[in-house]
Design a protein around this ligand. Sequence first.
Ligand code: ADP
Length: 531
Amino acid sequence: MNLFSITSLIIFLSSIGFGLSVYATDRKSKTNRRWLAFSALISLWSLGLFGVTSASDALSALRWQYLLDVSAIFMPVVYFGFVSELVKVKNFYWRAGSYVLAAILAVFSFTPYFKTGMISRYSFYWIEPGSLYIVFPIFFVAYIIACLVLYIRAYVKSTDRMFRAQIRNIFLASLIGFGGGITNFLPQIINAYPFGNYFVLLYLFFMSYGVLKYKLLSAKMISAQLFAGATVLVFLFNLLQAGTMQARAIDFLLLILVVLFSVLLVRGVYKEVSQREKIQKLATDLQKANDRLTELDREKSEFVSFATHQLRSPLTAMKGYASMILDGDMGEMSKDVKQGVSRIYDSSNTLMNIVNDYLNITRIELGSMKYAFETIDLKTLIEDTIAELKPNIEKSGLAFSFKAEDRGIDWRVTADRDKLKQVIANLIDNSMKYTPSGSVAVTLCFDRADHKFVVTLKDTGIGIAREVLPHLFQKWSRAGNANKTNIKGTGLGLFVAKEMINAHNGTIRAESDGEGKGSTFIVELEPFGKI
Ligand code: ADP
């Protein structure tokens, strides 16, 4: 046993194991099949090398050498096929031609033009080249250059980062492997030691790392185990062959070290692989849960939207009839009945507002809120809104005022009439709801510096605590003092208002000096044209 035969044996076992494990992950993949064919050739070649370097006479070395040469001749051709498949190049005729060429060369390898026999060199048998032996290394190098061209072309063309990384790794691994393997030609050509043979082993390492890191996790595990197993086996074999006591002791020590190293290697790889798989599983689970939640959320919004829509028609009927009864359209009624119907009217009104808020929220969530923008006069819109709210304003008993800056300003804005009206009505409604006594003052002015219309609603009501202000426009946001004053609110009105004003490219904000100190709501909108 010498270093050459040990490495050959390791390469033999690891290569075929590695090829099979890659193949097992996806038997249908053409790349994997070609990779298996190539791995099998490497195995055959290393088996041949093992036979040659451990042969005791020239004749048995020669027999092994035939196996070695034939498998080596097919190696670059099969590798060319693998690379073509990997980079997705269709070159059937080229490959078919290559096989014919390789077959001719294989037959040729049995003639004395290729090798004249075996001679003992560097403590083992080595080939004695024939007169035309040089054709073989030339053939080998030519195919490696062809593969290199395929790699470079694919690398430059591709934009897929992962694919490029894979190509880079396989290319580097192959460079090491072939670069090392090629030194086996050296003794025949320039009579130098074939030092690179050990690199073929490294190639397996790099290959498993390079290919598998990006694709096949479990194959990584298998190849580590195979490699470790093969190494241990070789050292065990070495120990059994040791002649002297001293050699046995050294070999035994080496074996212990190798076993230790192998266990560490396999455990390390195992840990990494299982951790990665765990993380990957967690990530997919999380993604699934997330998708499900989004779906549920959408279904919920759709359901609420549907349900609230259905509630609207009976509510409109209730409100309409209550209003007709109150107006006396259904005849005279007693004071008690009037009071009762008036309550029905108020309650259905409140309910209608709530239903509308919910409907708006679901529309916002589903992204289906539609705006019909037109050019409207902001001042008129505010006046109309106030006119519609007149009965409520009068009922509140508050001092209500509206003032617009009067300098012949063109108050036109681009807006959705109904939505903007809804926002203004909501703000006026709020300032009355949250102002037990005092006044509500609405003003409209033009901010020349910022070129904006500013609607301000200032009340003398319950005010807003400093800590509540930043959250006021969020969904379901209701201040503690609001509950005491008006228990009917939902905390949705301002959220909807903000969404609507945002859609108008405007801003809405609230100011207050604190609880009991009144509040001011400010809406800013862009004028329609230059003022
Ligand atoms: P709701 O009035 O239905 O509760 P809104 O979204 O319209 O919902 O208002 C959210 C909260 O903002 C109210 O619950 C209240 O705490 C506060 N708020 C709104 N307007 C005023 C105001 N004019 N004065 C004091 N607090 C107000």
